[in-house]
Design a protein around this ligand. Structure first.
Ligand SMILES: Cc1cc2nc3c(=O)[nH]c(=O)nc-3n(C[C@H](O)[C@H](O)[C@H](O)COP(=O)(O)O)c2cc1C
Length: 322
């Protein structure tokens, strides 16, 4: 297969597993990479407790990176978030360079991607997959000019923190493909080989999936959550306003409370104050507790009919690669 994403990242199949806060770990990420895709360690990878210390966060990531290296000799990635204060960014950047991680998934909040962060990664020979919260033509052109290797165009169909503009994956992918020379990867709502084939038809050269990988044997999410995803469809998903824009969740008592706040006219800030911390994913998805937790997934869950191994999922998706 002649595919630029696979070539750049040194992988067999241009299928990337998106980082998911609390529900990635070394075993899961290594399984994706061993299956020929690219596994990516997300925020709080392998953890069950919170730390607010940037140094401790980076050291925890170092331990998980080392575990992953023991489980695969294939490339894998780590998430690096560029945000307003960059407090966590620099210590993690140091660790990924020291540990020789091959790929960085740079997660950008608007206007925070700068050469200051790109340069050390480039100098270390690390490939940069850039995924802004909200893809736009201007952002894509500027990221390309700064030297990112691959751009991920995420549509509103995704799970997790939703883009601020309500544009679906089918719409945003060709918009971005048309303005870039570097390869574009499509993210959001891809659930099976037909979704993969459609992304390629729209000009994407790779796919990026989160939700599809949750109901797998290797994913650390609670068994009850995996089964809920198998038993649910896109039509079951709730959507509510919060910061920075929207979130969706399968119904849980806590998600219903946030929807009720939204319906009663609470502000985004008020809703985020109640439900905006990352622990709502830990409680809802890692621990499987609906009181205080959410189950955020994308609209691509409908075709998922059983819990499978990562290898089975990657093989099924790969059938759609063009
Ligand atoms: C439970 C969950 C948590 C997520 N957490 C993060 C995160 O911490 N950082 C990030 O960049 N993306 C996060 N994402 C987004 C994924 O990396 C990916 O972009 C998304 O899952 C793609 O859409 P899909 O779920 O429809 O496949 C999360 C997604 C889910 C489902």
């Amino acid at each position: 297969m002649n595919n630029r994403v696979a070539e750049i990242l040194g992988i067999e199949k241009p299928i990337l597993q998106g980082p998911m806060s609390w529900i990635t770990n070394a075993e899961f990420v290594a399984a994706v990479s061993n299956a020929g895709g690219l596994g990516i360690l997300g925020p709080n990878a392998g953890q069950t407790t919170i730390t607010t210390s940037p140094e401790e966060t980076a050291e925890r990531m170092r331990r998980e990176i080392r575990k992953t290296k023991e489980l695969t000799d294939k490339p894998f990635g780590t998430t690096l978030i560029t945000d307003a204060d960059m407090k966590f960014t620099w210590p993690i950047l140091e660790v990924v360079i020291e540990e020789g991680v091959q790929v960085i998934l740079l997660n950008g909040v608007e206007g925070t991607l700068t050469e200051k962060i790109i340069t050390p990664l480039k100098e270390a020979g690390i490939k940069i997959v850039y995924r802004p919260l909200t893809p736009t033509i201007e952002d894509a052109k500027s990221a390309q000019a700064m030297g990112v290797d691959v751009y991920v165009a995420t549509g509103f169909d995704e799970g997790g923190t939703l883009p601020t503009s309500i544009i679906g994956t089918f719409t945003i992918t060709p918009i971005i493909v048309d303005v870039l020379d570097i390869p574009v990867i499509a993210a959001g709502g891809i659930g099976d080989a037909r979704g993969v084939a459609s992304a390629f038809e729209l000009g994407a050269e790779g796919v990026f999936l989160g939700s599809r990988f949750i109901p797998t044997v290797e994913n650390p999410a609670a068994q009850s959550v995996k089964q809920r995803i198998v038993d649910s469809s896109a039509a079951d998903l709730l959507l509510y306003r919060t910061l920075p824009a929207y979130y969706r969740s399968l119904p849980t008592p806590f998600a219903e409370k946030l929807v009720a706040m939204d319906n009663q006219g609470a502000s985004r800030e008020e809703i985020a104050r109640v439900g905006g911390s990352s622990s709502v994913i830990r409680i809802g998805m890692l621990e499987g507790i609906g009181e205080g937790g959410i189950i955020t997934v994308g609209t691509g869950i409908t075709p998922i009919t059983k819990i499978q191994t990562v290898q089975e999922v990657v093989d099924e998706l790969a059938a759609g690669i063009k």
